[in-house]
Design a protein around this ligand. Structure first.
Ligand SMILES: Cc1cc2nc3c(=O)[nH]c(=O)nc-3n(C[C@H](O)[C@H](O)[C@H](O)COP(=O)(O)OP(=O)(O)OC[C@H]3O[C@@H](n4cnc5c(N)ncnc54)[C@H](O)[C@@H]3O)c2cc1C
Length: 532
């Protein structure tokens, strides 16, 4: 088995760059697998990245793992499913994703699954604004000169003003994870920027674009969470803002190799299986199983990893609490120890991802991916016929194009429940301001596909202190259950896909420690900032 040691290399030799750090196993002398003949059953609830990550580590160490996934497809917010469109089957994702350099856990999994070739670099990130010239942002040179290079190349910012702005932000430059979390979770990132007197152009061009792609309401996004995002995505080393994208659909690129690997390890993946409530052993107050949409699951599990998204976890626990309301010991633990975590957690506003098949292509100078921070409800446009193989092939055959439009916090702009057929018409006036060519050259819409969801984690200000860690429920007397997902709190800077994968691995580590099996090391972003 290949572990992450080989990506622990650090190739930014700049004095200022901060190395990622290892969280080493607490039990390095324990065996690396369960003893032969000992069976331990683990139920993983949710087949997103967090659940898949926990399943991978546990299956590799000899556990019998059962994944229950509500939908007919695996992957959670990274899902990719076949859809028949224009007499062809296309594999369509939940929405375009980017993988960042500091995603150390994800890189390790990519190496173990041997899927690195399914990714390509996304070198230059292009932005359009309403009141500024377009920006093409890329990082070059050692840290922190790479950041000054971004400012120097900007057609909008003056180098001296940019350097002053950057250096005047000790919260970013002298970043300290614990201190920032304590100090800034009760204010929004926008309030923080106002307090720090961040110059408007620096805010609009450098900071606001990152905020606009969080799928949360920008106005209330926690300053502490955003400052952590900044460390992960842009600071700490010269490569942190380097992104990669998949060159084939996410099923082929990631999910099929991952599930094939798990199946080879005898992991049972039950799709179309929604967990409705948990089963609790009343004597030990341990979670031992679940009742799901297929009925009562009679297997008694040794451990449960709860890896569904926050809205689903709230629902599962509400049902469990209702079921055990007359069982004093369970009722007391659930209502006094667990409910407080779930009551404070929130789901971010609803969003839509629209993919449109057109009969023509935009001119070749347009960018494959364009971020549009000033053009809500359109936050990002990806030209899939320039990104993924099956769309490239379709475009080569037909001369058409396939564009994906990300529309976050949809109901801040339009009625929540609009028909899919109305989505293009509603966003067209905004798209016309970004790509007038679509309308001037009368592009014909040949087909469309809409994903509408309200399942994203909220990172609103004030939630951090109530956010559970992987082991918070177990530490609060509910035994046998660990949590994983992008909404779970970590002790190091971590976000989104990387947080999902890291917490999945952390949940597995809790189980391994209890069973005296050697834990998996984690390589994570440094808690301290660059320190210039
Ligand atoms: C449009 C879009 C773009 C994004 N872009 C990026 C990006 O560029 N970079 C990045 O890092 N992140 C990005 N993200 C975020 C990223 O997708 C998530 O952070 C990550 O996939 C979350 O994984 P998870 O396993 O924590 O949760 P999820 O993926 O939500 O997985 C939870 C799973 O639990 C299942 N489930 C729910 N209820 C039940 C139940 N009762 N029983 C059984 N199963 C259940 C769900 O169906 C789901 O499969 C993006 C997200 C979206 C939506």
């Amino acid at each position: 088995m290949q572990l992450i040691s080989e990506i622990g290399r650090y190739d930014d030799r700049s004095f200022f760059a901060k190395d990622p750090v290892w969280i080493n196993p607490k039990n390095p002398k324990d065996p690396s697998r369960l003893p032969d003949g000992l069976e331990k059953k683990v139920l993983v609830i949710g087949g997103g990245l967090a659940g898949l990550s926990a399943a991978l580590e546990l299956a590799d160490r000899g556990y019998s793992v059962y994944i229950k996934e509500k939908y007919s497809h695996i992957g959670g917010k990274l899902f990719c499913k076949p859809v028949d469109i224009l007499n062809q089957t296309f594999w369509i994702e939940h929405g375009f994703h980017a993988w960042f350099h500091n995603y150390y856990q994800f890189q390790d999994i990519r190496k173990r699954l041997n899927i690195d070739n399914n990714f390509k670099t996304w070198d230059v990130v292009n932005y359009v604004f309403r009141n500024y010239k377009p920006e093409a942002i890329y990082s070059e040179g050692p840290y922190p000169l790479n950041l000054f290079g971004i400012i120097q190349r900007s057609p909008n910012l003056k180098l001296t003003d940019g350097i002053k702005s950057f250096l005047s932000l000790p919260d970013m430059v002298f970043y300290d994870f614990d201190h920032i979390n304590q100090k800034y979770d009760n204010i929004s990132f926008i309030e923080w920027a106002t307090q720090k007197k961040v110059p408007q152009d620096f805010y609009d061009i450098i900071l606001k674009p990152a905020l606009s792609v969080t799928l949360n309401e920008p106005i209330s996004f926690s300053a502490a969470e955003m400052l952590a995002f900044m460390q992960i995505f842009f600071l700490t080393n010269s490569k942190s803002d380097r992104r990669e994208v998949a060159n084939v659909n996410y099923y082929e690129a990631i999910l099929k190799p991952w599930t094939d690997y798990l199946i080879k390890q005898n992991v049972k993946i039950q799709l179309d299986t929604e967990v409705l409530r948990l089963k609790v052993d009343e004597k030990t107050a341990s979670i031992i199983g679940s009742v799901d949409s297929n009925g009562d699951d009679t297997i008694v599990y040794d451990w449960v990893v709860m890896a569904s998204e926050v809205g689903a976890v709230k629902k599962i626990f509400a049902n469990t609490l209702k079921y055990y309301q007359n069982v004093p010991r369970v009722n007391e633990i659930l209502s006094n120890n667990i409910k407080k975590y779930l009551d404070t957690m929130k789901v971010a506003p609803d969003y839509k991802v629209l993919r449109v098949w057109f009969d023509k292509k935009l001119n070749s100078s347009t960018h494959d991916i364009l971020e549009t921070p000033d053009f809500s409800p359109v936050n990002l446009i990806a030209q899939y016929h320039l990104l993924e193989k099956e769309f490239i092939d379709w475009s080569n055959r037909t001369g058409g194009s396939v564009l994906e439009f990300h529309c976050y916090t949809w109901s801040s702009f339009f009625t929540k429940n609009v028909n899919d057929s109305q989505v293009w018409d509603l966003i067209s006036p905004t798209v016309k301001q970004i790509y007038p060519e679509i309308f001037e050259r009368n592009f014909k819409v040949l087909a469309y596909h809409v994903n509408s969801f309200e399942n994203f984690s909220s990172f609103e200000k004030g939630l951090l202190k109530g956010r559970p860690f992987v082991d918070s429920f177990a530490l609060n007397k509910l035994n046998g259950i660990y949590l994983a997902g992008d909404w779970i709190r970590t002790k190091y800077p971590s976000a989104l896909m990387e947080r999902a994968v890291s917490t999945g691995r952390e949940a597995a580590n809790q189980i391994l420690l209890k069973d005296n099996v050697k834990q998996v090391p984690l390589l994570v972003v440094n808690n301290k900032g660059p320190g210039i």
